[in-house]
Design a protein around this ligand. Structure first.
Ligand code: HEC
Length: 381
């Protein structure tokens, strides 16, 4: 009897010894360096750095709070529904390790156990860009408390057609830069709009003949939202950019109460000459026009919970490499899947707590095959 009790007790005490006293050096630093420091380091979008013991212990209580409540790291896609590359969320045991560490007074442990800090590239999340396009001038976003969508035209100076593997916005002023969309323009039209007024860039309102749909349905590259890690297209895949084209950026500046200036730049990464590009990536915008104009259009009564469904019929066989759900403040969740011609279902994405501030593009862990005639169903609630 005694023996059994003793065994149980020692098991218990061993257990507490090995898990209740995590240290920064051994247990917490690996989590923070891997899951937090990419954004929480100088020059990146996190509002403070988490790159060493001092910084992490200063923020210990907040770190416990944001990890327990799954606010940080920001990752919205439900991993039980579909899987993606670059997934960044903590497991329950990692969350507990952090909480236990904070509860224990955030001990350092043995400094020689601290893993080396990852070698992050400077001024990029991807590496050394092949082409950097920078605003000609800075632009002042007025502190009038309203959203502003402004187009900037950056000449690429390219003398030959190129294959783009990745494109990365480096926001000049992270307080106001909310998101950016990129298009290429070979017609020179965007530049003409810009030239009509002395201010840098132009707004769609200033140009009554400006057709936003004409622009966004043109060659569009993966856009930027805060927290979005750009990524290179997989081997053999790229997007085209033509010689002499302008890169047009549609910048969304968030409402702000005082004037703020911004001068952003764009890092562009091309395919190596040696890479054989056999497939071209295209962006399709599945705008639910039926919801905009049809009988079941976007009308929401006060206090009403309503699900909107958009359906898009795939026009030819494609491989889907990623998805970028977008809706505004009233939306709460998403589910998007393919209804295959044989009636089976392929999950694309599910977001259970939509957050306008943390929207992003998601790249599937493997291509999703969509045959001609498949229907993409997107439900937004
Ligand atoms: C994708 C970029 C990104 C990653 C990864 C990230 N953060 Fe953040 N974090 C931000 C940004 C941007 C903010 C400020 C905006 C906000 O609070 O939403 C922030 C805010 C915070 C705050 C302050 C919250 C507040 O209420 O003021 C804490 C604490 C924090 N992050 C901790 C973490 C920890 C811990 C991790 C890793 C487990 C992490 N972050 C991962 C970008 C990131």
């Amino acid at each position: 009897m005694h023996k059994v009790f003793f065994l149980v007790f020692s098991f218990f005490s061993l257990y507490t010894l090995s898990t209740a006293q995590p240290t920064f050096a051994k247990d917490v630093a690996p989590i923070i360096y891997k899951h937090c420091s990419s954004c929480h380091r100088p020059g990146e979008i996190g509002p403070f750095s988490l790159t060493n013991y001092q910084e992490a212990s200063n923020w210990a209580t907040s770190i416990r709070y944001v990890t327990q409540n799954k606010i940080m790291p920001p990752w919205k896609a439900d991993p039980t529904y579909s899987r993606f590359m670059d997934e960044n969320y903590l497991s329950d045991s990692q969350i507990k390790t952090i909480a236990d560490w904070v509860d224990a007074g955030s001990p350092m442990g043995n400094p020689s156990d601290i893993p080396p800090f990852p070698d992050f590239p400077q001024n990029s999340l991807l590496g050394e860009p092949d082409l950097v396009l920078t605003f000609d001038r800075s632009y002042t976003h007025k502190g009038t408390g309203v959203d502003e969508y402004r187009y900037f035209v950056l000449p690429t100076g390219l003398t030959q057609n190129k294959k783009i593997k990745a494109i990365e916005l480096r926001p000049g002023n992270t307080k106001i830069v909310h998101h950016a969309l990129f298009f290429s323009d070979v017609s020179g039209k965007a530049k003409q709009y810009d030239d009509q007024t002395p201010e840098y860039g132009f707004s769609a309102n200033e140009n009554p003949d400006f057709d936003v749909f004409e622009v966004i349905n043109r060659d569009q590259y993966p856009g930027y939202v805060p927290g979005q890690k750009p990524r290179r297209f997989p081997d053999g895949l790229a997007m085209d950019i033509k010689a002499g084209s302008d890169l047009v950026i549609q910048m969304h500046y968030a409402p702000w109460s005082v004037d703020e200036t911004d001068s952003s730049s764009v890092n562009i990464f091309f395919a190596d000459e040696s890479e054989i590009i056999d497939r071209t990536v295209r962006d399709y915008i599945m705008l639910p026009f039926n919801l905009i104009t049809g009988a079941n259009s976007f009308f929401l009564q006060p206090n009403q919970i309503k699900t909107f469904e958009g359906v898009y019929t795939i026009p030819f066989d494609v491989s889907l490499i990623g998805i970028f759900p977008h809706m505004h403040y009233l939306g709460k969740n998403w589910e998007v899947y393919i209804e295959n011609p044989d009636g089976s279902k392929t999950n694309l994405i599910k977001i259970n707590d939509w957050d306008f501030n943390w929207q992003g593009g998601y790249y599937f862990d493997r291509y999703k095959i969509a045959k001609k005639g498949s229907k993409v169903h997107a439900f937004a609630k």
